[in-house]
Design a protein around this ligand. Sequence first.
Ligand SMILES: Nc1ncnc2c1ncn2[C@@H]1O[C@H](COP(=O)(O)OP(=O)(O)OP(=O)(O)O)[C@@H](O)[C@H]1O
Ligand SMILES: [Mg+2]
Length: 251
Amino acid sequence: MAVTDEGRGGRTPVVIVDDLHVKYRVFASGKAAGSARSGLLNLTRGVREVHALKGVSLTAYENETIGVVGSNGSGKSTLMRALTGLTPPASGAVYARSRPNLLGVGAALLPNLSGSRNIILGGLAMGFSREEMEELKPQIAEFADLGDSLDLPMRTYSSGMQARLKFSIAAARSHDILIIDEALAVGDKAFRKRSEARIRELATEAGTIFLVSHSMTSIRDTCARTIWINRGVLEMDGPTDEVVRAYEASR
Ligand SMILES: Nc1ncnc2c1ncn2[C@@H]1O[C@H](COP(=O)(O)OP(=O)(O)OP(=O)(O)O)[C@@H](O)[C@H]1O
Ligand SMILES: [Mg+2]
């Protein structure tokens, strides 16, 4: 399927998920029982399979911000990781116009460096040049609003402060396809509001955004469309109002 084809109503599809299945193989501890006869452990006996996504299909279009809701362990993060290509499918496929970015320059940041040094580092990890980052740094620092803490090592930050810094770095540029998985959850209310506004802005600038959240307020304020993942199945996909109402009624 060519993702450049015009979709329904002339909209351009950006991501197509086609009957996606994801399975994890996990070792259940304590199950790898030894055999008295050989003295060897049977390592395969404890292997259990978790069927995390069971045939999910959806199409995301340009300039859409799609909310992703569902209870813990329902498969939201699994779907998001599959979109980035980090989690290989058992079957089915994901087609995308470009590789989606999962918000979180986390892997690139260094706890012993200051917040300001990490802004540069995170920017380099996203493909900016050092010059571009020096230029962008003041506005990232302003958005993060961490005051003098920016001069302190990142390991001294609270989890909320770290999340603010990561969001601020990632949100500095527009992404074709951006995935935000619970990144707003630990910020305070003022920061969350600012971040939601920035997400709406990013969606108009370029791309398609997936916002995973347990905050129905965030989802309602930010997304016109929402998908509900329930036990690995796409339970509902439609206007946020309807989907959130159905999801809340189910709990
Ligand atoms: N790396 C992994 N190895 C094995 N099983 C996993 C792994 N990651 C997730 N799972 C399992 O897959 C299922 C879906 O998990 P997932 O993290 O996608 O849920 P989620 O909807 O993001 O939940 P939450 O709201 O808690 O973030 C769960 O049963 C979980 O235990
Ligand atoms: Mg998750």
